[in-house]
Design a protein around this ligand. Sequence first.
Ligand code: AMP
Ligand code: GLY
Length: 430
Amino acid sequence: MKVLVVGNGGREHALAWKLLQSKQIEQVVCVPGNGGTASMERCQNLPLAVDDFEAIAQFAQQQGISLVVVGPEVPLARGITDFLTSRGLKVFGPTKAGAQIEASKAWAKALMQEAGIPTARSAVFTEVAAAKSYVKAQGVPIVVKADGLAAGKGVIVAETLEQAQAAIDAMFGGEFGSAGKFVVIEECLTGQEVSILALTDGLTIRPLLSAQDHKRIGEGDTGENTGGMGAYAPAPIATPELMAKIQARVLERAIATLRAKGIDYRGVLYAGLMINHSGDFKVLEFNCRFGDPETQVVLPLLETPLEDLILACVEQRLAQMPPITWKQGAAVTVVAASGGYPGVYEKGKVITGIEQAEALGTIVFHAGTKAFSGGSLGTRQQLVTDGGRVLNITGVGENFEQALAQAYNGIQCIHFENMYYRRDIGHRVR
Ligand code: AMP
Ligand code: GLY
């Protein structure tokens, strides 16, 4: 099989890495990929934009690609699956209609209400005055969300009325472009967040191992929200009893309601949940794709061949698959970021120490990296930073402590100018 993976993050490196563990996979092509995917055997990068559907379709048809796996939400929301499927390709990832579950928070809230899925109380607004008077009446803390895709930055958890009003002004003022045309205002929930990534063929839905990520830039989960600074799996808070409830009240209901709307959803349904102190939960958000960096800790523990599961989803025969099996133990990933991220940061810094980290048994997934020829080494290639989140240093162990130690031992080997990482990943479990 030849597989094409769309995207260029740590999640896509992890997907390609996992697929290549199977002898069935002859080659993986990453569009556009990164420095890590470029360096794996049987893997190559193809420098096309993720929304250049025509060029991707032509390449896939000419090269005999058997399966396309889509990583990020943006091409899904723009209809990559509809387009490539119409060209006769097999695609893992929901259609444009299904991707609304992430691309419109108002749409997702309406679906949750219709399906009876537990979620925060909320209201949708189209203009400033009504939104502000609602916030005044509800009081703070309160959560203000831009409706559309905003690369994880469209959610403000406002502690004061002034913050909430400023967020409303910014969203309607166009700070998030058309994503802010509608604004969802939501009750503020407290507790622990957990990410449940589930595979579905539109009829059957099966959860993968639970995971928790650390979204804030600062230690102690403080400071600005980021794409994620580290993660671990499984999440001890997601007990088998809780997982059974999530299966019945969230995953099954979501798929049944999507189907009732005529949406044939095949791909990952990712539920972000808040679990409160008494173990009750509510859905914060749905995503239409694998989580990043959750995927980097879930896939190293997966025993069932990934392509078998993905093909079963695409070919709508997930119900016939034996139960998904997992390695005993745990995985932890720590994100090495460029200093300044999630604000302004510099690119092009030389990265060293990856081989030393790998020699300790650590898995180093690349996110924002690229191979660069030139500079002091002339034509010899070196690896340089090319994004905010640069590397995901991942440890796998028989238990959480071992996995954590391996990830942090690995990161000690790695260096680039202004590298930043959190030293407290997994603090809830330590
Ligand atoms: P979302 O994109 O909806 O997941 O929001 C991003 C992050 O904002 C979540 O991971 C939470 O940390 C936070 N968040 C979203 N909704 C709420 C809520 N209703 N109450 C508290 N925090 C929230
Ligand atoms: N780790 C959060 C996300 O993938 O949205």
